[in-house]
Design a protein around this ligand. Structure first.
Ligand code: ZN
Length: 129
């Protein structure tokens, strides 16, 4: 396969870097295109909805003091934390915050529950005293 000078058009010997006729440096077109590893899979900033949901639900749960939601938010947050790996860490902070808030909510719920139970037991024992 003969190549021709990019400058003067004369035939070039095989593998010539410069034209023997005019001396122009030849752009030796690489046979194998240097594969630019197009690993440019757009860094999609996907929102970790589950982690965020867990965080929000845990907050709502704590603020409204309905502890049943804390269990839900704890599950959501844990799932969100696991899923955050798939989201390049997106939502990880929210998930961890959600887990902490959920645990606080559950502890609060248990505490309130025990206070009520103890108060009830205390009250009932007082009655039968
Ligand atoms: Zn030439």
């Amino acid at each position: 396969m003969a190549k021709f000078c990019i400058s003067c058009g004369s035939e070039l010997p095989e593998g010539a870097v410069a034209c023997p006729n005019c001396g122009a440096t030849q752009n030796v077109t690489p046979q194998v295109q240097p594969q630019v590893v197009v690993n440019n899979v757009q860094p999609q900033v996907k929102t970790n909805g589950i982690g965020l949901a867990g965080f929000i639900v845990s907050l709502v749960s704590l603020l409204m003091c309905c502890g049943g939601l804390s269990v839900v938010s704890l599950v959501l947050s844990i799932v969100g934390l696991i899923k955050s790996k798939d989201y390049n860490g997106n939502g990880k902070g929210f998930s961890i915050a959600g887990i902490i808030i959920s645990i606080v909510g559950i502890i609060t719920l248990i505490t309130i529950f025990f206070i009520y139970v103890l108060a009830y037991i205390d009250g009932s024992t007082n009655v039968h005293y």
